[in-house]
Design a protein around this ligand. Structure first.
Ligand SMILES: [Zn+2]
Length: 67
């Protein structure tokens, strides 16, 4: 099961982006909070929504290219 992270900083759309642990974009974020392990990104996004109201999955890693 992959590990997911949520960016502590909002993007230009004021969204906190959820990333797969191996996403290239995650390496560019200054600080990210671990969401622990999830079967899929929608489960990780649900957990991130307990931290933030404005959450979205990263378009780069929310497809099935990461397992
Ligand atoms: Zn990502």
């Amino acid at each position: 099961m992959p590990k997911y992270y949520v960016d502590e900083t909002t993007n230009n759309d004021e969204l906190h982006i959820v990333h797969h642990g191996e996403c290239e974009n995650l390496e560019k974020t200054e600080s990210a909070i671990s969401l622990s392990y999830h079967n899929n990104i929608s489960s990780a996004v649900d957990k991130a929504k307990k931290l933030y109201d404005n959450v979205a999955g990263c378009p780069e890693c929310s497809d099935s290219s990461y397992e």
